[in-house]
Design a protein. Structure first.
Length: 175
């Protein structure tokens, strides 16, 4: 998004129209998950057009809740994900440089959590593929603890896959 279309421009932007269009733009299934970073959410929850859409034409002030926003777009609150995380992007030994993990975007996608394998007939935007089963093991280690101990390892082999891009929609630079 560019210029006055950005949701940070309260006078001329239309976040409801843009997001609603995204929900209609995916192939076959309507998105059931929405993800955005905290700065995007902080702008959206105070946007006058969204406040009007939820609270009626009497007010443009205040803010909306996550539940109200989820209800407006007909998704469950559990599927409205607001990214809060920070990451230190500085190289080792350099001054700390904290950046938000979640970028300036809104992601809409249809995810079916029952998807288990790449060859089943379940449609989903993405899933976690597992290779084999989880593995674990332990060995005695005389060099740990006061009287030795047991070293335990647990692991799994997984890969995150996007398998149906047409079941997702990305709104870039909304603020």
């Amino acid at each position: 998004m560019v210029g006055t279309d950005k949701f940070s421009n309260f006078e001329s932007s239309d976040p409801y129209g843009v997001i609603d269009e995204g929900f209609s733009a995916t192939l076959i299934y309507r998105p059931n998950m929405m993800t955005m970073g905290r700065p995007v959410w902080d702008r959206l929850k105070r946007h006058p057009r969204l406040i009007k859409a939820i609270k009626g034409g009497l007010t443009e002030d205040g803010a909306i809740t996550k539940q109200q926003f989820a209800d407006l777009f007909e998704i469950s609150l559990e599927n409205l994900l607001i990214g809060e995380a920070w990451i230190n992007t500085a190289r080792k030994g350099q001054q700390v440089n904290l950046q938000r993990v979640w970028g300036n975007a809104i992601s809409l996608r249809y995810v079916d959590v029952s998807k288990q394998a790449a060859v089943d007939s379940v449609m989903t935007w993405g899933f976690t593929a597992e290779l084999g089963t989880r593995i674990s093991g332990s060995i005695e280690d005389p060099d740990i603890g006061l009287e030795g101990g047991e070293r335990v390892r647990v692991g799994e082999r997984v890969r995150e896959l996007v398998v149906a891009k047409s079941l997702g929609y990305l709104i870039r630079n909304p603020i």
